[in-house]
Design a protein around this ligand. Sequence first.
Ligand code: NOJ
Length: 750
Amino acid sequence: MIRNSTFRLWTMLILISCACSSPKPSNEMNAKINDLMTQMTLEEKIGQMNLYNGFWEVTGPVPQEGAAADKYQHLKQGYVGAMLNIHGVENVRQLQELAVNESRLGIPLLFGYDVIHGYKTLAPIPLAEAASWDLEAIQQSARVAAIEASAAGINWTFAPMMDISRDARWGRVMEGGGEDPYLGSKIAVARVRGFQGDDLSAVNTIAACAKHFAGYGFAEAGRDYNTVDIGTSTLYNMVLPPFKAAVDGGVRTVMNSFNVLNGIPATGNTLLQRDILKRSWGFDGFVVSDWASGNEMITHGFARDYSHVAELAANSGSDMDMESYAYVKHLKALVDSGKVDISVIDDAVRRILKVKFELGLFDDPYKYCDPDREKDLIYHEDHQKAVLDMAKKSMVLLKNETKLLPLSKEQQKIAVIGALANDKNSPLGSWRISSDDNTAVSVLEGLLSYTDQVTYIKGAELVTAETTFRHEAPINEIDKSGFGEAVTLAGKSDVVVMVLGEHGFQSGEGRSRTRLDLPGVQQELLEAVYEANQNIILVLMNGRPLAIPWAAENIPTILETWQLGSQSGNAIAQVLFGDYNPSGKLPMTFPRSVGQVPIFYNHFSTGRPDATEMVFWSHYMDESNSPLYPFGHGLSYTTFNYSDLTVEVTGSAEVDVQVAVTNSGQVAGEEVAQVYIRDVVASVVRPVKELKAFKKFSLDPGQSQTLEFKLTEKELGYYDNEGKFIIEPGKFEIMVGTSSVEGLTGEFVL
Ligand code: NOJ
């Protein structure tokens, strides 16, 4: 599976091609686009705005429209601008040939695909990568995904997703960068850079797509596709900043979303698409709809019929229609009747053609269709190394109270319990349609590569993805017949590694949960094993934050591993045995109870935040307000000591911050220093804390480093309720430390 024969050669060629192919001057490109536009009929222009799904994979409800025969016919007529879910050079070439050789103008197609955390070689799920706070590694991971995907004929990925994730019930939190707009913005840019590289026309770069514009992650009650109703302050300060960062970072496409946002579906939303994205931010790529999100405007009660869908979507700035069939069927009549102006069509088509030019498809429509490249690069060993590196950096050590970790390499009897320990599929996570099943290294395999003193007992089945759709309890949710064996093994062992969590497909699109506990009988298994042996290392594997208060209270050591992709087991074993010192920090708050959700660190202050003897303060009667594990939390095998915080105002909106950090433990380790501010009094209230800078660095035992941060207008200002960015003078509080709840504090006045 792993090949590296001609990789170096390819890398060289790529570098050479990057160096030589200077970006096309925009006037040359414009001239070509103008020339093409004058030759195009209205039908052909509308064709460019049409995105069809392929023929064998679906990533949305199977449409009633769109017979394969019609699609082939439309490809030949030049009525299709792009395809999705077609991959592999042979398949891509076949369809590209139809478009290029048989359509009148031979305009090449875009081939879009959900390359979310890898193509074949899988990196950790994006939420896990976010936990690394390592922007270089995240960029590199997207680079690897782009290299493999482009080698398989793909030139456009539907990633990154940057929907801010505050609600762990929502299955798609696995696909985003967590709950914070500052961290989320940095990650968005890193991923865009990774996919698109410095030169979009290079053979190993692909166009990225910032999605879902906008608000999709704020689905009411965490139920996927649900309505979104948020205030303007949240919209401008939380939801939009990562998109703006991606646009400023050069993302070539943006996907709108399924949801209604404050009464207006995103796909028909002029404020979002025309006013903010295109006019105010100057986005010059194109907007693609989500899967039939146009048609969903009918069910939302916004559009009367498919013609109305096309009118609303096109006029509001949705340039390309994915699987609604609305544009291809109705736009021409709408232009003829004057309901859609031809300038709307021309603008959309120019944007789409521009991206095709930038990708170099007009120079060579088959540039991504080289079978040798595909053979050489898929599952390349360098990619395995990169995803292993990413996987190690993505783990978060939540608790290590009795220092059970790192495990000693001396002989000791290790019991390994839990279905996920021996699972080669779940670690691949959700959103991995092109991957090969059961290709992850399991935890058990990883541990066995270190020692033969490992005995494995499953203990209980995992709740499978299929059973999560049922409402009644399926057999594997209640079967405890394996508990006895697991308990006996634990009693005879020195230490127990329990690998518990969610099935790989228990998160992702359409996979919301109302409970955030360990599914099935895993919690009971954990408690039963604990009775026999308390030396438990709980290795969590899940696609979202879980509410595990009993484990947090009783289990001495907890390692959050998320779903780490192809190299999962190797990465986990290296951390367990101390060959890699964990350095991840939570990008999303862990609740104590699902009843606290949505729970996030950057909330506003209530008028009654402080505990009193009386009942009249903001609290729950049956649970604390605080999270189980806060945003930014993550331990190491060493400790870091923060001292000497200095804060100096150096301009009207400029603050210099310095802090010294010392590795006060016994081993080398990496730390993420985090800077939070609070704008104490503002004309629109500000959150109690906001991340505004961070640095990841490594220190040897005893070593110290002084870190410097500069906060400028960008970090000190905020958006008012009209979406205007303002900086207000006054007092600010600042905290610098190891998590969102632990650090040195100070203040400054602007
Ligand atoms: C629907 C999802 O919401 C979107 O993220 C994805 O890119 C499309 N389907 C295409 O698969």
